[in-house]
Design a protein around this ligand. Structure first.
Ligand code: 0WD
Ligand code: CA
Length: 377
């Protein structure tokens, strides 16, 4: 275990380098993501092992002039999730305990190792998005906690000091801007495939529909979950994730400078988030200063990187994926103690290498007792 000795001594632990050029190689193998399950969280953040919070995409009646007022309801029809409550991997782990039969191979059920998940990594899609964008990120660092348990590496984010400060010091304008993203969803989503949006209703950010996906990146098998905004009922093949739609809002673009900055800093995040679970379409609403949606634009996830190729300070999907692959390989190399009480804390700050420390601190351990007993039973 590392201890804070107060002495300045060079860390003997290996680091992972992050420079873009180290990852500028061919695109690695990434298996077509497959949805193996879903779950929902209701308005009180209660877990349901079903799709009850899945919503359907309903195109606007007037595409050219959608007439969406994204500020509407902020003061009187908004129930906000308590961001101070850290759920860590809990909801995904709950899904795993209820769906173990989907994860265990037949030959395994006969032997003593039946409790093994047979997946290398379990995490949220959002944590992988952060890994993908790391080589191009120059503002926000991250902290990722990793625990090895029964041969599976669990990755759970820890909020950085900087992120906590920013969250607690958010301005009223910033809070309202975050609300606008959820309000945009309400204008375009219905509860039934043939319904109409209830734009006078309450926006409750506790509600979520999550897809559980499995895939492989190079030699790493991944099981992760991500929140899905809606499903397009007009989509010919109703198979997930091909009919899922991601909804986004952004400030309207009024200058070539704003366009370059959008392409460089925002599209990379939109691409990474939707590429990981295989969501093919992103529908963006661009809003003016008053919060009115002035235009809508569809981005095909697989074509986003073509839009930015050759641009100033451009980003490459292959660099993102090669870095993620290298990080997962690094985790497998250094995380060796298979013990649910031990946390390897990986830390990254812009312009630095990834380093890590090892902890046996109950405040950092994140696999809950109910999960450990379910998986060892
Ligand atoms: O505890 C944590 N550190 C986190 C928990 C971080 C991220 C997510 N979560 C949990 C929540 O339970 C949430 O339901 O994961 C679920 C969603 O995970 P994800 O899909 O992996 O998250 P991400 O891809 O970062 O965000 C997808 C959407 C966001 O939409 P936009 O269009 O803004 O990207 O999930 C929402 C948000 O609407 N979201 C969250 N919801 C609850 N808790 C969180 C969060 N911490 N972050 C984003
Ligand atoms: Ca969204």
């Amino acid at each position: 275990m590392t201890s804070t000795t107060g002495k300045e001594e060079p860390s003997p632990l290996p680091v992972l380098r992050v420079r873009q050029d180290l990852y500028d190689a061919n695109f690695p193998f990434y298996q077509q993501p497959v949805e193996i399950g879903v779950f929902s969280l209701d308005g009180e953040r209660r877990f349901f092992n079903d799709s009850r919070r899945l919503r359907y995409y309903r195109p606007p009646s007037n595409e050219k002039k959608p007439g969406f007022d994204l500020r509407d309801g902020y003061h009187d029809r908004f129930v906000k999730r308590d961001e101070g409550i850290k759920e860590r991997l809990d909801n995904l782990l709950k899904w795993i305990t209820l769906n173990r039969h989907l994860l265990q191979s037949r030959k395994d059920t006969k032997v003593a190792s039946s409790s093994r998940l047979n997946r290398d990594f379990v995490t949220w899609r959002g944590h992988l998005t952060k890994l993908l964008t790391t080589p191009y990120e120059n503002q926000e660092g991250w902290l990722l906690a990793v625990t090895l348990f029964q041969g599976t590496y669990y990755i759970s984010e820890v909020e950085t000091e900087q992120a906590r400060r920013q969250r607690e010091e958010r301005t009223a304008d910033h809070e309202e801007m975050m609300y606008m993203g959820y309000k945009f969803e309400q204008y375009l989503c219905t509860d039934e495939p043939d319904g109409t949006p209830d734009v006078g209703g309450v926006v409750n950010t506790n509600e979520a529909f999550c897809s559980v996906v499995q895939t492989k990146l190079h030699g790493h098998s991944l099981l992760f979950s991500g929140e899905v905004d809606c499903k397009d009922p007009a989509c010919p093949n109703q198979k997930a994730p091909g009919c899922y739609v991601e909804l986004k809002t952004s400030k309207e673009i009024r200058s070539p400078y704003q366009q370059r900055s959008f392409n460089r800093y925002k599209l990379i995040k939109w691409w990474a988030q939707s590429f990981l679970p295989g969501i093919p379409r992103i529908i963006a609403g661009f809003r003016d200063e008053e919060g009115q949606v002035v235009s809508l634009q569809t981005f095909e996830t697989m074509k986003i990187s073509h839009l930015i190729r050759g641009e100033w300070n451009s980003w490459k999907p292959a660099v993102c994926m090669n870095f993620c692959n290298a990080f997962l390989t690094f985790v497998k190399k250094v995380v060796t103690q298979d013990d649910p009480q031990v946390v390897y804390l990986f830390s990254w700050e812009p312009r630095r290498d990834v380093s890590y420390t090892i902890h046996k601190d109950p405040g950092l351990a994140f696999l809950p007792p109910w999960y450990l007993s379910a998986m060892t039973a």
